[in-house]
Design a protein around this ligand. Sequence first.
Ligand code: AMP
Ligand code: MG
Length: 473
Amino acid sequence: MNHTYQKLSTRFYKKSQADKIPKPQLIQFNHELADFLNLDLKNTPEQELARLFSGQTQLKNSKPIAIVYAGHQFGHFVPQLGDGRALLLGDTLAKDKKTYDLQLKGSGPTPFSRGGDGKSPVGPVIREYILSEFMYKMDVPTTRALAAVETGETITRQRTHPGAIFTRVAESHIRIGTFEYFAYQGDKESLEKLLNYSIERHYPHLVSTKSPANDFLNAVTIKTAQLIAKWMSIGFIHGVMNTDNTSIGGFTIDFGPCAFMDDFRFDKVFSSIDRHGRYAFHNQPSVAVWNLERLKDSLSVLADEDLNSITETFTSEFNKSWIQLMGNKLGIQEPSNEDSDIIDMFLLYLQKEKLDFTHSFRNLSELLKDDSSKVFPKTDEFETFYLAWKRRLSDQNTHISKSMALMDSKNPIYIARNHIVEKCINQAENKDYTFFNELNEVLKDPFTKREGFEAFASPPQKNEVIEHTFCGT
Ligand code: AMP
Ligand code: MG
């Protein structure tokens, strides 16, 4: 383990230790990821893995810390948050020559716990494991899941749950809120160190730039715009896009009350704490801009010149990515701005008919084989879309099988459907990980149909629909 973050200064963290737990037991370990991280754990017995990834035995050279950060939560600034239930074990150089952090989540209180117990029930551990690995498979930049371990403890929330610890792997744990923390403190020296470290780690091509603050802000804006477009192209709602949950590396972090939509609705909200829909599906781009404005505020003391406009850069990058992704989902090889009408037509139709987002996109290619397919209610809106879409595809002058192949490579059969994740969690509450293991297996290849796994592909029955998700931490 290396400790590059600790070298910045003691103002960035506090030392901390994992709690002793009664009975660490491995739920799941991601050997493929461990191998990628050069961790050399292939022959380590399960019991030892459980002890290592619950902080009972320390990884070589581990010097655990809790990181400080601030953040705007639902629009309100909190000057100090920090890792209240997480421990950064250190970082490691992986096979791609990039540095990755290893962090335990739920290993007990830290100096930033603010009265919380620093623990995690098994539910959020299961959810983060499934969703983060699925995001990775869908080519969405994300933190990843290395391990899930039962603690043998009982955690009390509204009711009692078995406790668990999650090991998160991230390209860093620097959030917009980390910049806000030092800006609020008026600590220009630390802010500058943080900026340089962030550039080295995430945007090395900017290391010798003349305007680091501006170029960094631009780079984060572009990456974030691409990320939000990717989320939305697979029906993902993060649910708690506070600035402390927004990475400056442009990847998905903090899988709290997040979920994938079944029936498509632009204003869909799952999170039980998001009462006004601040983080609704269609608000995600504007919220990301709002968060990036907070990064801009924090960086302003480091720049001699005025920093660039976020809105312009974000909007143009988001639109470009969105049209590319959604156009491909519709079988359009080289989508352009003019295709936004066809994309909107289809989405409005899905919304009006309350159709399943994932299923509908996947089934569209079937229509090209057999346009009498009964999957889509043949309303006026459908006919208008269908004619425009077919015309667009035939204008491409490529064989229709090419469009179908493109669609089938972009539209997954299996996603981490909310009601199935919920089933995995309910089983895990009774220490049964059958669904969890099966779902992880299926999601390793979301585009390939597998016999016997039909239930994982189906939208929920009426009585299975999950309307609300909870942080549950
Ligand atoms: P979140 O929005 O879920 O990422 O959490 C916001 C803040 O609350 C972070 O600073 C967390 O570390 C802290 N937090 C959440 N759950 C707990 C817990 N059980 N104990 C201590 N701190 C927590
Ligand atoms: Mg958080």
